[in-house]
Design a protein around this ligand. Structure first.
Ligand code: SF4
Ligand code: SF4
Length: 62
C-alpha cells in the first residue's frame, strides 16, 4: 500500500465523478449518496491524479 491516500471532503464533493473516471488504479467509487470514496484502498498508488482532477478541491492526497 502507498503511504499517501486520498481524503475526501463530503461537504465539498459535487458528485461529478471525475476522480473516479481519472483514477488509473480504479480504486474509487461513488457512494450511494454521491460522494467519492476510496473503495479499494489497497489498490491506491497515491499518485495524486484524483486531487489534480477534482474541480471542487474536495480531495486531498496526503
Ligand atoms: S491517489 Fe491515484 S491511485 Fe489513489 S485514488 Fe487518487 S488517482 Fe487513484
Ligand atoms: S472529482 Fe471532486 S467533486 Fe468530483 S466526485 Fe471526485 S471528489 Fe467529488
Amino acid at each position: 500500500m502507498a503511504d499517501k491516500k486520498p481524503v475526501f471532503d463530503a461537504d465539498e464533493c459535487t458528485g461529478c465523478g471525475l476522480c473516479v473516471d481519472e483514477c488509473e488504479a480504479e480504486c474509487l467509487e461513488m457512494s450511494d449518496d454521491d460522494v467519492a470514496t476510496l473503495a479499494r484502498p489497497d489498490d491506491c498508488t497515491g499518485c495524486g491524479t484524483c486531487e489534480e482532477n477534482c474541480p471542487s478541491e474536495a480531495v486531498t492526497v496526503k
